[in-house]
Design a protein. Structure first.
Length: 335
């Protein structure tokens, strides 16, 4: 085990964001931090310690995708979305990943993300019936990796070392992260997929995602033009970012919100008016992250309460007892 050299905020700096209620009994509590900013990046609300560093995990994918596009890769439509996705591994997702690899003149063997089963149960069952096993192309980050490989092929950069932190692509990604968030990372680690991941504050993460959301696809500046193109693609093909019936896709399709989860309880959402939330559930669970972020956007006046209420039954928030609903995962009364 490596020595601790940096860390996120402690429980003493966190606030209760959500509770799990079973038959009227509060069974579990989720602590964390969050920040809400408006379209001008002015702070609307701070909860806990949003200035402390967190490892944003897959919420950094929009910046990684923009860096790929900025490197001369003309990703559009579903291909752009897969570059920023944590996808469910359906055949529809995988076919787009394979098309990106084909454009780079590469096969699935070039992917350096770990082998995995599809997150989608039907897709996983189909693999089992066919006698197939886990593969890197089914890993939820395979679209990001395929896009990175395409950027390397386009620019003549080394393929085998595309995940090295000093690789030209990874340096370009770091530059995009710093330019959008306005921060220099406080630590660098290795993400679950093998790519570099950089620790920044929730405040910086919210600024960056807010700037992505408010960027125009007709901007005279390539960086922001690509951010606008990416945002439009996500809103048009929400299925590609997550999967049909899954939380991020539901929020995108039903509310027009740019939503992106990250492992270990990180969530970002940017509403149509540019109001943006970044949240971190301290215990790493994502089960309450969507409802917390939606509540914060609703409280800020960026979303309709009726529209959010109509969506909540589809977000798998029920607590079951004997297969029947006996409670809910819900926002903390103290929020």
């Amino acid at each position: 085990m490596s020595d601790i050299t940096a860390e996120t905020f402690p429980a003493s700096s966190a606030r209760e964001l959500a509770v799990v209620v079973r038959n009227g009994f509060v069974e579990s509590r989720h602590l964390g931090s969050a920040i809400v900013i408006d379209q001008h990046a002015d702070v609307i609300r701070e909860i806990g310690d949003p200035q402390a560093p967190v490892i944003p995990r897959s919420t950094l994918k929009p910046f990684q995708a923009i860096a790929v596009m900025n490197a001369g890769v003309g990703l559009r439509g579903a291909a752009a979305v897969l570059a920023t996705a944590s996808h469910a591994g359906t055949q529809r997702h995988v076919s787009v990943v394979r098309s990106i690899l084909a454009q780079a003149g590469l096969t699935e063997d070039a992917l350096q993300c770990p082998a995995d089963w599809p997150a989608d149960r039907a897709a996983r069952d189909e693999l089992v019936r066919d006698g197939s096993g886990p593969s890197p192309v089914y890993m939820n980050c395979s679209g990001k990796h395929a896009a990175m490989l395409l950027a390397c092929a386009t620019n003549g950069w080394p393929i085998d070392t595309y995940l090295d932190v000093d690789h030209p692509l990874q340096r370009a990604i770091l530059d995009v992260i710093e330019r959008f968030t306005g921060e220099k990372p406080q630590a660098t680690a290795v993400d679950g997929c093998g790519a570099p991941v950089h620790a920044i504050s929730l405040a910086g993460l919210a600024r960056g995602i807010g700037r992505v959301r408010t960027s125009s696809p007709t901007s005279p500046f390539a960086l922001y033009r690509n951010a606008g193109i990416l945002t439009q693609a996500v809103l048009a093909d929400g299925w590609a970012l997550d999967g049909v019936g899954r939380d991020n896709t539901l929020v995108i399709d039903r509310l027009g919100v740019l939503a992106k989860l990250g492992a270990e309880g990180v969530m970002v959402m940017a509403a149509p008016d540019g109001t943006t939330v970044a949240a971190k559930i301290l215990d790493g669970s994502l089960r309450a992250a969507t409802v917390v972020a939606l509540r914060l956007l609703t409280d800020a006046g960026a979303l309709s309460q009726n529209d959010v209420d109509d969506l909540l039954p589809q977000l798998h928030l029920e607590v079951l007892g004997g297969g029947q609903p006996v409670g809910m995962i819900q926002v903390s009364p103290s929020l």
